[in-house]
Design a protein around this ligand. Structure first.
Ligand SMILES: [Zn+2]
Length: 153
């Protein structure tokens, strides 16, 4: 899928880089980023089987965790790697790997062909294994979010 790139700036190292943006009309569609920040994947949540499985865990989320944040993070985590990089739903600076951006959606910087996120590995698991993996991911995600909110208080 051809996606437009716009200038973003990292809050940590101040590097500017081209970041794909879907714009305001892409309801249910998202961009995942590789953990090194140099690859991306396009993700459509609607009808996605991993999203649907993860949704089953939403009623038991620890207080304060946003449903959408958990579902997106889970789908990025279970997506097949792109170019050898695991994917994340966070922003990632390609220079220093910080997740904090100072600005984004700035000047237009051309466009890029972004592959659609695939879930071959996850979908090849037995159902019981998928559910166990999501439960494990959920515990880790909750622990991480609790640590983050403790740190900011
Ligand atoms: Zn940076």
């Amino acid at each position: 899928m051809n996606i437009r790139l716009f200038e973003a700036r990292c809050a940590a190292c101040r590097a500017s880089f081209a970041k794909p943006e879907l714009g305001d009309f892409a309801y249910g569609s998202f961009i995942f980023t590789g953990v090194s920040g140099t690859v991306h994947a396009y993700f459509e949540a609607i009808e996605n089987p991993v999203w649907k499985r993860a949704e089953g865990f939403v009623p038991t989320l620890t207080n304060g965790i946003q449903r959408g944040d958990f579902l997106l993070a889970a789908c990025a985590h279970f997506a097949d790697p792109v170019g050898g990089q695991r994917l994340t739903a966070d922003h990632v600076c390609p220079k220093c790997r910080s997740h904090e951006l100072a600005s984004w959606a700035g000047q237009r910087m051309g466009e890029a062909e972004i592959p659609e996120a695939s879930f071959r590995t996850f979908l090849s698991l037995a159902e019981a294994d998928r559910l166990r993996e999501i439960a494990e991911f959920k515990s880790g995600f909750e622990a991480q979010q609790c640590a983050a909110s403790d740190a900011s208080e």
